[in-house]
Design a protein around this ligand. Structure first.
Ligand SMILES: *[C@@H]1O[C@H](CO)[C@@H](O)[C@H](O)[C@H]1NC(C)=O
Ligand SMILES: *[C@@H]1O[C@H](CO)[C@@H](O)[C@H](O)[C@H]1NC(C)=O
Ligand SMILES: *[C@@H]1O[C@H](CO)[C@@H](O)[C@H](O)[C@H]1NC(C)=O
Ligand SMILES: *[C@@H]1O[C@H](CO)[C@@H](O)[C@H](O)[C@H]1NC(C)=O
Length: 290
């Protein structure tokens, strides 16, 4: 893997980066308390692209190639190895343009019976479900250690192109943040990560990314797989995590909301449901931990 090339552009405000892998490039700008700030203090620490794509539940993917599904109102209930949350869909005739939502940085508690450190990642993304070869996403991962202390970090990823932890972008468990992702077309877009409580908003303009299908949007809490081992990290227990004011719009302006979405529950290999997503209305839902 080649190294990133960082070079400053536009004085102190933006920087441009070539990721080297797919030609994906990005520029970043930062606002603090409503004013342009020096984005060069944000450090993009390259990490191996994590396979945050949805995995079906082991038992059923092996046996039938289907997810276990049931219906609740007009929502499918489905089970996944790694996702809890909501996943909606459009199609080639009217591809996804934008996805948005507010959520809290995961606030974790140690889950009994499994070794610390334990983790959970909350994020919003385009593709990664039906479209399983690519995923544009941004969010935050919290880790809780053996004495209950937590730390969180923000990140973004355009799988399989590049993934970065954003050092120096402050996030604390329980903070309300928002993520706004726009696909201008299949290979360019914008990510806006805002943490109003800490007074900042970061904008990334992305070009020459891996080709999106623009079929799926999702709002997820994840027990993710480590890139090095391809094993899932120990999954922490957490305070109820709401996704609020969610919206996803298509190129033709249709809102692809939570109504009609698949509500995804995370089931471990032993068949235990570790968290579930409950719809409140078309824009809001909550994920609870078991
Ligand atoms: C991102 O693109 C928008 C619209 O083209 C532009 O106004 C903004 O300055 C760009 N930001 C960066 C960091 O390049
Ligand atoms: C990805 O999707 C394709 C086509 O839908 C399917 O054939 C393939 O098995 C999927 N790959 C994984 C890893 O799920
Ligand atoms: C998301 O960002 C786009 C600009 O990239 C903007 O047009 C849109 O209004 C934003 N959505 C929300 C809900 O803030
Ligand atoms: C999945 O398989 C495991 C091991 O075979 C079994 O213990 C568990 O009950 C199964 N879960 C479901 C939901 O069928």
């Amino acid at each position: 893997m080649r190294h990133s090339v960082f070079s400053l552009l536009l004085g102190a405000i933006s920087l441009i980066t070539t990721t080297g892998v797919t030609g994906l490039e990005f520029t970043v700008s930062l606002e603090e308390n409503g004013k342009a700030a020096d984005a060069s203090k944000l450090q993009f620490v390259k990490i191996p692209p994590l396979k945050h794509r949805r995995r079906g539940h082991r038992n059923t993917t092996v046996a039938t190639g289907q997810h276990v599904t049931a219906k609740r109102g007009n929502n499918d209930i489905s089970y996944s190895d790694n996702w809890c949350g909501a996943s909606s869909r459009s199609n080639d005739a009217d591809p996804i343009r934008n996805v948005f939502g507010y959520f809290t940085v995961p606030d974790l508690k140690l889950r009994a019976g499994i070794p610390p450190p334990q983790y959970a990642a909350a994020w919003i993304g385009i593709d990664g479900a039906k479209c399983n070869q690519t995923l544009l996403q941004a969010g935050v991962t919290t880790v809780v250690n053996s004495n209950g202390g937590q730390s969180a970090s923000a990140w973004w990823e355009w799988y399989p192109g590049a993934a970065y932890t954003i050092a120096n972008l402050p996030v604390k468990p329980g903070d309300w943040m928002s993520v706004n992702i726009t696909a201008h077309d299949a290979t360019s877009g914008r990510i806006i990560v805002t943490n109003a409580q800490r007074g900042y908003s970061m904008t990334l303009n992305l070009t020459s990314g891996p080709k999106l299908c623009r079929w799926d949007v999702e709002w997820i809490l994840e027990d993710f797989y480590e890139a090095e081992t391809n094993k899932q990290v120990p999954f922490a227990s957490f305070q109820d995590l709401w996704f609020l004011d969610t919206e996803a719009t298509t190129v033709r302006g249709k809102n692809v909301g939570i109504d009609g979405a698949a509500m995804v529950h995370l089931m471990n290999p032993q068949g235990k449901v570790l968290c579930q997503a409950e719809k409140y209305d078309n824009a809001n839902f909550v994920i609870t931990s078991n």
